[in-house]
Design a protein around this ligand. Sequence first.
Ligand code: AMP
Length: 523
Amino acid sequence: MTNANLFVALRGGFPADLDAVAVETVDTPSALAYTWRDLDRASAMVANLIDSLDLPAQSRVAVQVDKSVEALVLYLAVLRAGHVFLPLNNAYQAAEIEYFVGNAEPALVVCTPKAFPWLSKIAFRAGTIHVFTLGDDRTGSLLERAAQHADVHEPAVRGDDDLAAILYTSGTTGRSKGAMLTHGNLRSNAQVLKDFWGWRTGGTRGGPEGRDTLIHALPIFHVHGLFVACHGALLAGAKMLWLNRFDPRAVVARLPEASVFMGVPTLYVRLLAEPGLTAEACRGMRLFISGSAPLLLETFEAWRARTGHVILERYGMSETVMLTSNPYRPEAARRGGTVGPALPGVGLRVVGDDGTARPPGEVGHIQVRGPNVFKGYWRMPEKTAEEFTADGWFRTGDVGKVEADGFCTIVGRSKDLVITGGYNVYPAEIEGFLNALPGVAESAVVGVPHPDFGEAVIAVVVARPGATAPEPAALIGALKGRIAGFKVPKFVEVVTELPRNAMGKVQKNLLRERHRGLFGGGA
Ligand code: AMP
């Protein structure tokens, strides 16, 4: 029987030369280099420590720590020991942690030394038996205890259908749900992406000739930084230049040594503000990938003009890992504003409110299926059943369209759709018109309660830095005559910044909240 444990697949991607550098830190007080052997030995020691705790099979291991290479080692160790990794956004505070720990009932919790006094109390109250600490400077009880264990470890045997991780969705409405991902989900997706994005695995030593070098600047509590980025690099035996915190200047400084970069759109915007970002700095780069939130066409074009590279935009979510990608080659086939066709093995369809297929180019609900689609929401069988169709497709909650040639465009989340006077308004369409107006950098369109129309369209607009701030009345005037009256925002607010979460997603729920009393409806 072959072992379907994801760790075994990732370990199989390590280069033959285990003494080559696997990860080099960029922003620790002094640069640290971890070889492939270090990753193997350290994850074995932590896995042996976890084994020694005699946890029930498939225990959840909840982790809220600052980003560090050791946090990645902990992830590998949890896989290796056959338990279920449950990463938590480090912005979460006590009330949120209480919910997650109560809901997931982890047998082991790992937190920062600073959070230990309050977080351990929550965990022990919820029945967790072990709480260890891990600082981003290699301090804490986890590594102290692991140091006493052997540095070889036989990975636990797991099947494709066994759980590898639970990711709690950002949950902007209602309680956050735990998406259960299996070894099969994560491994199949990682392998598809390895081939599709042409990860370079040639040669036996790291370095630009034979293998890729990835700049890793994303958080690792999320699908993008943890699965897409880390799995990609580990499976390809690619070196990672590792930043615990995103710093545009530091990224630009290391670009000449790198070949792959992954970012959320806000990271690209911040990199564009760096004068050092030039075609010359990007000379060794072969791939810039963006996802997790929509990339503005303007950023896509500014990036091409400045660096000569076309950003590859892809689309995915916690429940499904990656679903679509713009083509890898030729670069010119990548289309700004789209997320590309479905990845090999992924089924993607667009249906109307009645569940019937929409013709190419028409907007509807996106549904998907494939070996990458999760097993369901943790301890929410009814919610899981609701989100799958009778014929087994997962309702993504995203609204979009697919052209005849398979290219997919995301229009927004279905819950962000505005229904005003019985008409559907897709925020992305109005945002596109607003963004093209002078003085506008970006915008967010939401619906708020309205006594006559049910909902009214309103817009929050970010003024372009350095330009005269646009007048709300002028923006509304400019849209009138260009788009149907019911789509024109009834109110425009000009701000300096949109509220975003750690992954760069605009928090439209906060905007709706802020303006819900505007028309006296539902205040
Ligand atoms: P999460 O589960 O936190 O990764 O959020 C997934 C959601 O992010 C998706 O359902 C989409 O709404 C959004 N998303 C991810 N990638 C893109 C993209 N390239 N363009 C637009 N929205 C995206």
